[in-house]
Design a protein around this ligand. Structure first.
Ligand SMILES: Nc1nc2c(ncn2[C@@H]2O[C@H](COP(=O)(O)OP(=O)(O)OP(=O)(O)O)[C@@H](O)[C@H]2O)c(=O)[nH]1
Ligand SMILES: [Mg+2]
Length: 684
C-alpha cells in the first residue's frame, strides 16, 4: 500500500554553515546549534507548514564533499547514493546552506550537489557577518552560473532572516518543476581517463552527471569506496587502478583530481568576478587570524584557557551562594507547608523527610548548573571551544592521540552522552573507541553537586574553593589522557588516524540562545535527576525508617539501610568512608547526583538532626575524607544511561562492561591511595 508522505526537503551543506540554525527556525524545534564543525551527527526530521500544506524538512550532518570521511558524513553520503540509485527515495527539493563568508569551500560542495540533478535552492547564509565585513556576493550571478532553482541570501539567527527562503520553497512547490540537468565539468582529456569508471556507474542506473561525480570521487579518495557493496568495491578497485594509470600518463595526480577539477571549473565560471575572492586573494589578516595568534599559542593560549576555566569556576562559587540560599529557604518553606497540610504520621514523614529532603538536595544546585551551562555554551558559540581543542590537539598528538577526540571530550564536561555521540565525527575506529572509553572521566554536571557540597563543607574562601574544584576537573582530564595512552598501546584495532580541524570564525553569541540553552539543559538535568531521586528517596526512606524501636522512634543505625551500610563498611573503610557515604555510593550507581540527595535523606530522617547537610558533613567527616569522596566520583562508573549509549555506539556489551570495571578499579584505588597517604601524613 502506498503511504501518502509529505514532500521531502533535504538540508545539506558544509559543517558549521548553519543548517541546523535554519532547521530550528523553520520547524520551531531546538536541535543543537553550535559554532564548530560536526555538531549534528545524525539526521533529524521536522515538519514545516507552508500555505496549509505539511512538508518534511530533514537536517543532516555537515559534509565537505560526497565522500564518507567519518561516521556522521557516512550517514549523509549513504543516503545521497541511495537517492541516485533509487529515484523513489529522492527528496523533492534540496536546500543547500552555504556559509557566505567561506564561499569558495562551500561552492566546492555546491558543484557536487548540483551534479545530483535534484532541484536545489542555495541559501547564502550568515549574510549578516558578510555585510558587517563590508563584502558582497552577487547572488544573481551565482544563480545563473550554477544552474540552481534559486539562490536566496539569509540569516538564520531569526525567522525574519529566512522569509526569502520560505518564499522560494513555496514558489518551488507551486510551480511545475523539472529536474535540472547538470552539464559536465570535466575537460576532454580527464573525461577520457575516467570513462570506464563513469560507465560503471551509468550501468548501475546513475545519470551522466551523477556518474561523473562518483567517478571523480572514486579516483580522488579511497574512502569514497566505503559506500559500495563488496563486489562493487572489487570491480571499482580494478577500474580505479587503470584510471589512475591513464591519469598519470597525462601527468594528472589522481589524489588531487577533485579539487583541481572543481576549483578550475569555478575559476572559469567566475572569471573576473569577485565571488571567489576568499580563494584567490592573499588577504590582509582577518580579525579571527589576528586573535588566533594568541589564542592558539602553546603557552599564552594555555594560560588563557586555564584563566577562563578559573574565572568560570570562581563565578560559580562566588555568585551562586545567594541564589542557593534562596532556593534553600524556598525548599524549607515548602517542607514546612507540607508538614502543616499533611497530618502527622507516616505519609508526612515520607513526603517531608524522604521525598522533599531528597529533591531539595539537588535543586539547590540549579544556580551553579545554570552558570556552568551558560559559560560552556558561551565558549562554544563564540568559537573559543574549537580553539581550546586545537590547543589540546598539539598536546594530544605528543602522547599519540589526535585532536578529533578533543571536541567530544570537551562536550563531556556538560554530559558524557552527547560527547559519546559526537565521537562519530572521528573517522578512525580505534581512536573513536578510545575517546568513548575515556569520555566518562571528564567531570560532567552530575559530579558538580558532589564536588560543591564536599568543598563548601570544609573550605570557606572562594579562591581555595575554585582551586580544589579545578583540581578535580584536571584530575579527570589528566587521567583520561593517561588512560587513552595506555589503551592505544593495548587495543589491537587497526588504526589510520588523521586530523584536520577547520577552525570556525569567531561569532558574537546571542544572549537569548545562551539563556535558552542553559535553561533547557539545567531543566532536563533537574527533571531527569528528579525522577531517579524521587524513586530512590522513597526506597531509601522506607529502608531508613524501619524497623522502629520499642518506643516507635527511628535509630537510623539500626534501620535496614544502617545494616546494609554497615555490611559494606569494611570494603569501603580503606577509602575513609563510613556506612552513610557507603549508602550514597550504592544509590549513585543509578546516577551520580543521587549521592547528595541520599545524604540529605539519611540525615533528614535521623530524628536528632536539625543541621543543614553541609554542617552535618563538616561535623562527621574531614577534608581528607571529602577529597577522597571527590576522587571516587571523578573516577567511578556511575551512570546507567552512559553505558546504554556506549552499548549502542559500539554495538556490543563488551565495551560498557570493560568501562565499568576499569573505572570502578580506578575509583577504588584512587580514593584508597588518597586517604591512606593523607592518613599517614596525619590529615585524617
Ligand atoms: N551570525 C550568524 N551566525 C549564524 C547564522 N546561522 C548560523 N549561525 C551560527 O553558526 C554556528 C553554526 O550553526 P549550526 O546551525 O550549528 O551549523 P550546522 O551547519 O548545523 O553545523 P553542523 O551540524 O556541525 O554541520 C552557530 O554558532 C550558529 O549560531 C547566521 O545567519 N548568522
Ligand atoms: Mg547541524
Amino acid at each position: 500500500m502506498q503511504v501518502n508522505k509529505n514532500p521531502q526537503i533535504a538540508l545539506l551543506g558544509n559543517p558549521n554553515s548553519g543548517k541546523t540554525a535554519v532547521f530550528n527556525q523553520l520547524t520551531g524545534m531546538s536541535q543543537k546549534v553550535s559554532n564548530y564543525p560536526g555538531v549534528t551527527v545524525e539526521k533529524h526530521v521536522g515538519k514545516i507548514r507552508l500555505s496549509n500544506k505539511d512538508y518534511d524538512l530533514i537536517d543532516f550532518p555537515g559534509i565537505y564533499g560526497i565522500i564518507p570521511n567519518s561516521l556522521d558524513e557516512e550517514i549523509v553520503c549513504k543516503e545521497i547514493y541511495n537517492w541516485c540509485i533509487d529515484k523513489e527515495s529522492r527528496p523533492d527539493l534540496i536546500v543547500c546552506v552555504l556559509d557566505s563568508n567561506n564561499i569558495s569551500r562551500n561552492l566546492y560542495l555546491a558543484t557536487q550537489i548540483i551534479e545530483l540533478g535534484i532541484p536545489t535552492i542555495f541559501a547564502l547564509n550568515m549574510i549578516d557577518l558578510l555585510q558587517s565585513s563590508n563584502k558582497q556576493i552577487d547572488a544573481n550571478l551565482l544563480k545563473e552560473k550554477l544552474g540552481a532553482y534559486d539562490i536566496v541570501t539569509c540569516c538564520a539567527l531569526n525567522s525574519k532572516g529566512l522569509i526569502d527562503l520560505t518564499q522560494s520553497i513555496k514558489g518551488f512547490f507551486n510551480s511545475d518543476s523539472i529536474n535540472p540537468q547538470a552539464s559536465s565539468i570535466l575537460d576532454e582529456k580527464t573525461a577520457s581517463c575516467l570513462s570506464e569508471l563513469k560507465d560503471f556507474f551509468i550501468k548501475k542506473g546513475l545519470s551522466s552527471s551523477q556518474s561523473e561525480l562518483y567517478a571523480i570521487n572514486a579516483v580522488s579518495n579511497s574512502k569514497s569506496l566505503d559506500l559500495f557493496e563488496k563486489d562493487d568495491k572489487k570491480s571499482l578497485e580494478l577500474l580505479i587502478d587503470s584510471s589512475e594509470k591513464r591519469l598519470a600518463e597525462k601527468k594528472i595526480t589522481a589524489k588531487s583530481l577533485n579539487s583541481i577539477i572543481r576549483y578550475t571549473y569555478l575559476e572559469k565560471l567566475f572569471d573576473k568576478h569577485t565571488i571567489l575572492s576568499d580563494y584567490r586573494e592573499v588577504k590582509e589578516k582577518s580579525f579571527t587570524e589576528k586573535i588566533d595568534k594568541y589564542m592558539t599559542h602553546p603557552i599564552l593560549g594555555t594560560g588563557i584557557f586555564l584563566s577562563l576555566l578559573f574565572t568560570i569556576f570562581w563565578t560559580l562559587f562566588k555568585f551562586a551562594e545567594y541564589p542557593m540560599n534562596l532556593v534553600d529557604s524556598l525548599m524549607g518553606a515548602i517542607k514546612d507547608f507540607s508538614a502543616q497540610i499533611i497530618p502527622d504520621g507516616i505519609i508526612q514523614d515520607l513526603v517531608v523527610n524522604g521525598i522533599l529532603e531528597g529533591i531539595g538536595g539537588i535543586v539547590i544546585f540549579i544556580p551553579q548548573i545554570l552558570i556552568l551551562m551558560f559559560s560552556l555554551k558561551f565558549l562554544e558559540d563564540t568559537g573559543y571551544m574549537a580553539r581550546a581543542s586545537f590547543l589540546m590537539d598539539r598536546f594530544m598528538s605528543k602522547i599519540g592521540l589526535h585532536g578529533g577526540s578533543v571536541l567530544p571530550l570537551m562536550s563531556g564536561y556538560a554530559c558524557a552522552i552527547p560527547g559519546i555521540m559526537a565521537a562519530r565525527t572521528i573517522d578512525d575506529w580505534k581512536e573513536r573507541l578510545i575517546t568513548i572509553l575515556i569520555l566518562p572521566l571528564t567531570s560532567c554536571t552530575a559530579r558538580l553537586p558532589v564536588y560543591v557540597i564536599m568543598i563548601t563543607a570544609f573550605v570557606d574562601d572562594a579562591t581555595t574553593q575554585t582551586f580544589l574544584f579545578m583540581l578535580m576537573y584536571l584530575l579527570g582530564t589528566v587521567t583520561a589522557i593517561i588512560v587513552a595512552k595506555i589503551l592505544s598501546f593495548f587495543l589491537k584495532e587497526k588504526t589510520n588516524p588523521s586530523f584536520i580541524m577547520e577552525l570556525p570564525t569567531y561569532k558574537k553569541p546571542i544572549l537569548k540562545t545562551l539563556i535558552i540553552d542553559a535553561y533547557s539543559k539545567t531543566k532536563s538535568f533537574v527533571v531527569d535527576a528528579g525522577k531517579i531521586i524521587f524513586a530512590i528517596s522513597i526506597i531509601l526512606w522506607a529502608l531508613a525508617s524501619f524497623p522502629k524501636n520499642e518506643k516507635g522512634n527511628i535509630n537510623i543505625e539500626n534501620s535496614y539501610v544502617g545494616y546494609i551500610g554497615q555490611a559494606i563498611e569494611p570494603a569501603i573503610s580503606p577509602m575513609g568512608f563510613d556506612w552513610k557515604i557507603g549508602i550514597g555510593l550504592i544509590t549513585s550507581f543509578a546516577a551520580r547526583e543521587t549521592f547528595v540527595s541520599t545524604m540529605s535523606t539519611i540525615y533528614g530522617i535521623d530524628d536528632d538532626d536539625e543541621n543543614s547537610l553541609k554542617e552535618n558533613i563538616a561535623k562527621d567527616y574531614s577534608l581528607l575524607i571529602a577529597i577522597s569522596v571527590m576522587v571516587f566520583y571523578v573516577y567511578a562508573a556511575q551512570c546507567m544511561s552512559t553505558f546504554a549509549i556506549v552499548k549502542r555506539e559500539t554495538n556490543t556489551w563488551k565495551w560498557p562492561i570493560f568501562m565499568i570495571f576499569y573505572m570502578t578499579a580506578l575509583a577504588y584505588l584512587g580514593s584508597t591511595l588518597v586517604y591512606q597517604v593523607g592518613y599517614i601524613m596525619g590529615y585524617a
